[in-house]
Ligand binder design. Structure first.
Ligand SMILES: [Zn+2]
Length: 310
């Protein structure tokens, strides 16, 4: 072997060692980058506001998806089991994801069921009456509580985050939520008491109704989940309720086709507007509800207008 050839081999060896070192470095960094995995995109937005740049936040549910029915991929399920914290809604919302949350919990990952810790209500009517209602995010006062809770858990469980920074983020975002509550209260005050009646796609606005003094007259899908479907007699009795309540508008989830609401309107011959709301899911950017605050402001305006326009 010539001297030049030997030198070449040494260089190659050094190069390989460098590559190995880099790869190991990367892997180590990945392992130590704190990670929070969140199920729904609404909770994802809250969590990102709290966590800021302190950790990697992975949101499983796509914009515009249905929280009752979305599923996760195998890599997403694996990410849950490697997370420092899993944040989920609970109360029966994410029906297809619960077993993965459970698997993460069993493998030692701290999990936070936000809905269960913010004074949950039960459904007052329909097929789901008496069961816990998971749609707590329609009440910004509970969401503010949720944000504080997420902040506490991040500080407690996610190693390597700056606790003071997380608390400050939670405080700042909490103040925005307090502002949202005030603006919703003021807007709804302009709706006459006898018009504060909600008919929605499924039972999704119970918390908002309770907070701001609305009565839930009924839902096109007489259940707490979008996975149920109404019978002809369900639609009949709802049409009667709508007529009796005299509401000028019924509300449909923008993430769900408003076909059923349109059927109700046509079949029963009642004269109502069908107004879309963002109730279950954030949208992609530029489509009206890319953030929780944007979603709630848009809904407040649509409900207020829908119930007072005629
Ligand atoms: Zn729902």
């Amino acid at each position: 072997m010539t001297a030049t050839r030997r030198a070449g081999n040494v260089s190659l060896l050094l190069l390989l060692l460098c590559l190995l070192a880099t790869a190991t470095g990367c892997a180590t960094e990945q392992r130590h980058r704190p990670s929070v995995v969140v199920t729904t995109n609404i909770l994802g937005d809250l969590t990102r506001n709290v966590v800021g740049d302190e950790a990697e936040v992975t949101v499983l549910m796509q914009p515009g998806a249905d929280p009752h029915s979305f599923g996760v991929s195998a890599p997403q399920a694996a990410a849950m089991e490697q997370a420092d914290l899993v944040v989920h809604n609970g109360l029966g919302l994410e029906e297809n994801v619960l077993r993965h949350v459970e698997a993460a919990r069993v493998s030692g990952v701290p999990t936070l069921a936000v809905g269960e810790s913010v004074d949950p209500m039960t459904y007052s009517g329909g097929e789901s009456a008496g069961r816990p209602d998971p749609h707590f995010w329609t009440d910004p006062v509970r969401v503010r509580k949720a944000v504080r809770l997420i902040g506490d858990r991040v500080v407690r469980h996610v190693e390597g985050v700056d606790a003071a920074a997380v608390r400050k983020n939670a405080e700042r975002y909490g103040a925005e939520l307090a502002g949202l509550h005030t603006s919703m209260r003021d807007a709804f005050a302009s709706v006459p008491a006898d018009r504060r009646r909600l008919v929605t796609n499924h039972h999704v606005f119970g918390y908002l109704a309770d907070r701001y003094g609305f009565r839930v007259v009924g839902a096109v899908i007489p259940s707490g989940t979008t996975l149920a479907s109404p019978s002809a007699s369900d639609l009949d009795s709802l049409a009667t309720a709508v007529r009796k309540a005299g509401v000028p508008a019924i509300f449909a989830d923008s993430s769900q086709p408003d076909r059923l609401a349109q059927v109700l309107k046509r079949e029963s011959g009642i004269d109502v507007d069908v107004v879309p709301l963002f109730s279950e899911s954030l949208t992609p950017k530029g489509q009206g509800a890319a953030t929780y605050l944007q979603m709630m402001r848009a809904n407040t305006e649509a409900i207020t207008k829908g119930l007072t326009s005629r």
